[in-house]
Design a binder for this molecule. Structure first.
Ligand code: AMP
Length: 128
């Protein structure tokens, strides 16, 4: 689906290549809805990415076009991965960047799971 502010899905994006097994990843978990792996440039002691097994550019695309059962399964996978990483007791942060202002780099919907230390304020002051 085309979402305003985002190009159409690009089959050559890096996460599409990971899903097809063309590029390796440090896998944490996989099921029919999701693949989870460690971020290559971690921003916290624990930094995982969870990506849906489907051609969704962004949160907006996923939320508006994925079947309800898929959305449910994907969200359950995120919670399961956080638990598997041992973050449930101490807490964690989920981030889904969407579009230009959010600094979304990879145009395949993904959710960051960050934890392993106190993460501080949600946003740093603007550098603009
Ligand atoms: P975003 O800015 O929300 O699009 O986040 C994209 C994330 O993907 C960044 O945190 C990158 O470090 C991460 N990333 C890019 N390439 C890879 C890769 N090959 N394996 C794991 N993480 C990656």
């Amino acid at each position: 689906m085309v979402v305003s502010g985002m190009p159409p899905y690009d089959d050559e994006n890096i996460f599409a290549k990971i899903l097809r097994g063309e590029i390796p990843c440090s896998k944490i978990y996989e099921d029919e809805f999701a693949l989870a792996f460690h971020d290559i440039r971690p921003q916290a002691p624990v930094h995982a990415l969870v990506i849906p097994k489907g051609k969704y550019v962004s949160f907006a695309d996923f939320g508006s076009s994925a079947p309800a059962e898929f959305v449910h399964g994907f969200n359950r996978a995120i919670a399961f991965v956080a638990q598997k990483l041992g973050l449930e007791e101490t807490g964690y942060r989920l981030i889904a960047n969407m579009g230009w202002n959010s600094h979304q780099e990879v145009p395949h919907y993904h959710v960051h799971i960050l934890g392993g230390r106190k993460l501080g304020a949600m946003l740093t002051p603007s550098q603009d």
